[in-house]
Design a protein around this ligand. Structure first.
Ligand SMILES: [Fe+2]
Ligand SMILES: [Fe+2]
Length: 368
């Protein structure tokens, strides 16, 4: 590229300072890790979560007199999961150039599709909705199309981290009701419903973990951009398809009153859990950190990371988690024999201050 540019334009091309990774190298490392993670994930999914929405549950034993609140909740879950083909096609298209990520989205889509079918079976076998009602409802849902909430890959990846955790929490809290562990809805006990909610919640936990590992990789190699994406996503978070599902407000009110999901659950059990997993202390700390990085001008474009960014999150714990991910991938590859042919290898981000140094000394060092 530089060979065809006039000499006076060369200064405008962002150059990578010696010893640092170029964006191209970072992207290659992230893609490679995604591929290893996707392979590990698929093997584990097939081994441990290979259930079937028709055959894995005793549908004939589902109660026919489930309370109205439970019916509203499961109908809402059924509606949200109904958009699995839209979620999958939009996300696959967004990451289509990445082997690991696009193939993962297909696998993920095949799991989300099972959730839609399992919730539909709950609605059908509850005998509280006729097959004709369900058919018409599906037609109404599918007449509309879901689109990506954000235009770029990092924001959508971060959004999915929070969304998967929020979905898992919804199902776990429904499971508690169906197991008689919560008295927010009377007469809600049903072992079949509890099992459906539990099995789907385990899938959602696996999804959360996959996207979390991916977001951590971005946070490790592109801290500034990723932290900004996290801030933007939590600033406008809503459940997927909430603007497409009929009577969403009634659903939201019902799950809130039933103790399944509400704003406090998002703050305490979604945002704070994800923050902890990403080495972020609090929303306040995140916002202050990003503000601090904006106050210092940078003349190097994206290549030089603002030193203030290192105070925004616990980069030591993030690096430790990223290294653990590589160990997991490498163990998997050893089992197959990939390690002898084409191993996935961890490459540290040299911009990251040394973990053994106190934070202040490290910031000082990178200023020099
Ligand atoms: Fe799902
Ligand atoms: Fe999911």
């Amino acid at each position: 590229m530089s060979a065809i540019l006039p000499p006076n334009a060369l200064a405008d091309v962002p150059r990578t300072p010696a010893g640092l990774l170029s964006n191209r190298e970072k992207d290659r490392l992230i893609e490679r890790a995604f591929l290893g993670l996707y392979r590990w994930y698929t093997a584990r999914s097939q081994e441990t979560r290979n259930w079937n929405p028709d055959q894995s549950f005793d549908w004939k034993s589902l109660r026919h007199d489930l309370p109205k609140e439970i019916m509203t909740a499961v109908t809402g879950f059924f509606a949200v999961e109904q958009y699995a083909p839209d979620y999958t096609s939009e996300l696959v298209n967004l990451v289509r150039r990445s082997h690991g990520r696009s193939h993962f989205q297909l696998r993920w889509g095949s799991e989300e599709e099972k959730h839609a079918d399992a919730w539909e079976n709950v609605v059908l076998f509850s005998r509280q909705r006729s097959p004709a009602w369900i058919e018409e409802y599906k037609e109404r849902l599918r007449a509309q199309q879901w689109h990506l909430p954000f235009p770029d890959a990092i924001h959508n990846l971060v959004y999915t981290v929070f969304q998967e955790r929020a979905t898992q929490l919804n199902y776990l809290n429904l499971m508690r009701l169906a197991n008689g562990k919560s008295d927010k809805v009377q007469n809600a006990v049903d072992p079949v419903l509890a099992r459906v909610a539990q099995i789907i919640a385990v899938d959602e936990a696996a999804h959360y973990n996959f996207f979390l590992e991916g977001a951590r990789l971005y946070l490790y190699y592109y801290p500034q951009r990723t932290l900004e994406a996290i801030k933007n996503v939590i600033g406008q978070f809503s459940m997927p398809a909430s603007y497409l599902v009929p009577n969403w407000d009634e659903f939201a009110e019902t799950v809130y009153r039933a103790g399944i999901y509400g704003p406090r659950d998002f703050s305490r059990d979604v945002m704070q859990v994800a923050f902890r997993n990403l080495g972020i202390e609090s929303r306040k700390k995140l916002e202050e950190g990003i503000k601090a990085t904006r106050e210092v001008p940078t003349f190097d474009g994206e290549q030089k990371i603002q030193t203030a960014i290192w105070d925004t999150f616990d980069y030591g714990s993030v690096e430790g988690d990223v290294k653990r991910l590589y160990t997991r991938i490498q163990d998997y590859e050893q089992g197959i024999g990939f390690d002898a042919v084409d191993p996935t290898e961890f490459v540290p981000n040299p911009e990251m201050p040394a973990v053994t140094q106190p934070v202040e000394a490290a910031v000082q060092a990178s200023d020099d």
